[in-house]
Write a protein that binds this ligand. Structure first.
Ligand code: HSE
Length: 436
């Protein structure tokens, strides 16, 4: 049988890794897929750049449309990134009747509903394992491995760059900017690294995970997104004293009123496995009603780790080339006409516990005033820690952990607390999840 021909859009970190993995493991891959797989065409913005892969035998062009239009190409692998040219090329590939594999989380999170509808109509597959958590086969695990379950919640460290920064800051006291520059040099960070540190990249990925977990359309615009730029060394230390680690977490939870979809720094008990996921590693914890909690761990970024997921998708597509399009695994795990309209909850409606740090005057009655406000708002306090004043200061840091409460109630209580004379500066608030 003739080899399946791949047209690669993008020959950067992941594109180069994909060429290398496909070449190195060609024999094993073809034994798995049932056909040989070869990259026949590839596009790159700059053709004469030094690359991590050997492109001998590949027809190269700087025009991705030539790859998408090449009649020999069976599967288009989109590794351009972003949702401009990549969107255009993926839609063109689908219209040309070609299957698509993509690592592009922004594209799927923002345009997936439209892309999958177009693919369905044309009878082609769009595979996107590499879009979430790099090399971890989390899409496959949720979409197929957990299909017996009603998924209750999932929580993940799904941005390697952010986790690398938080880990280096905690373990080595390194500077934020310095660690970010290293993540960029290692090829972990997004082209625009604010996507990593402001939580946008994680929100793209969480949006995708929530859709396949709960059977809802992709709704990136409704995800609550908060990054790690305001995390201070002080909070990392106090959290540790209380037995917690601060991680940048994506949380999706099914509640009676709708779905919580949120990305933010989060205190997690340090005894949880996921609290010990460090460096560029990712992990996703998924709670199904039948299986209970399951944890998936691995490299969330990097050339060959991400290529591992890209190539696995190519193998899946090759295996299903001759299958009846109506009987393939649905893109979003649930049959397209069976998606639910459960609303995504506004952040005010989410329910979570909190770590709070207030700067307060060290005098009698201050704590009583604060606890009265919390009591009136129905907020239960779990722990209080008062630190020594800094040299020459009369105010002290007061750290409090609360039990779970609706975000709206916490906002109201904090607004009242911020008005107390004894409270200086803005209260710091970091959400907290037990993940039990
Ligand atoms: N910038 C992403 C990360 C790459 O750091 O996780 C993988 O999606």
């Amino acid at each position: 049988m003739n080899p399946v021909k791949i047209g690669l859009l993008g020959l950067g970190t992941v594109g180069g890794g994909t060429v290398n993995v496909l070449k190195r493991n060609a024999e094993e891959i073809s034994r798995r897929a049932g056909r040989a797989i070869e990259v026949s065409h590839a596009s790159a913005r700059e053709l004469n750049k030094p690359r991590i892969c050997d492109t001998t035998g590949i027809t190269l062009t700087s025009n991705p449309a030539e790859v998408v239009d090449a009649p020999e190409v069976d599967v288009v692998v989109e590794l351009i990134g972003g949702d401009g040219l990549a969107y255009e090329m993926v839609m063109k590939a689908i219209n040309n009747g070609k299957h698509v594999v993509t690592a592009n989380k922004a594209l799927i999170a923002k345009h997936g509903n439209e892309i999958f509808a177009a693919a369905q109509k044309k009878g082609v597959m769009v595979a996107f394992e590499a879009a979430v958590a790099g090399g971890i086969p989390i899409i496959k695990a949720i979409r197929e491995g957990l299909s017996a379950n009603r998924i209750e919640w999932l929580a993940g460290i799904i941005n390697g760059t952010g986790n690398f920064i938080l880990t280096e800051m905690r373990d080595k006291g390194r500077d934020f900017a310095d660690v970010l520059a290293e993540a960029q040099a290692l090829g972990y960070a997004e082209a625009d690294p604010t996507f990593d540190v402001e939580g946008i990249d994680a929100a793209h990925k969480l949006t995708i995970l929530a859709s396949i977990a709960f059977g809802i359309p992709l709704q990136f615009d409704k995800a609550y997104t908060e990054g790690i730029t305001r995390i201070t060394r002080e909070d990392v230390t106090y959290a540790e004293e209380l037995g917690y680690r601060i991680k940048h977490l994506g949380v999706a939870r099914r509640t009676n009123g709708g779905i919580e979809l949120r990305v933010h720094p989060t205190l997690i008990p340090e005894r949880r496995l996921i609290a010990n996921v460090n460096g560029v590693m990712n992990a996703v914890l998924v709670k199904g009603d039948a299986v209970g909690p399951t944890l998936y761990y691995g490299a969330g970024a990097g050339a060959e780790a991400t290529a591992s997921a890209v190539v696995a998708d190519i193998v899946d597509v090759v295996r299903a080339l001759t299958s009846d399009p109506e009987n393939r695994v649905p893109h979003l795990a649930f049959q397209p006409d069976q998606l639910s309209d459960l609303p995504i909850l506004p952040v005010d409606e989410i329910v979570t516990a909190y770590y709070l740090r207030l700067q307060v005057e060290d005098r009698p009655g201050v704590l009583a005033d604060i606890t009265r406000i919390f009591g009136e708002a129905g907020i239960s306090i779990e722990a209080v820690l008062q630190k020594e004043p800094a040299e020459g200061e009369t105010s002290v840091p007061l750290i409090m952990l609360t039990q779970r409460v609706k975000e709206q109630s916490m906002n109201q209580a904090l607004a009242a607390i911020a008005k107390l004379d004894a409270v200086t500066g803005e209260p710091v608030r970091i959400r907290m999840e037990s993940l039990g």
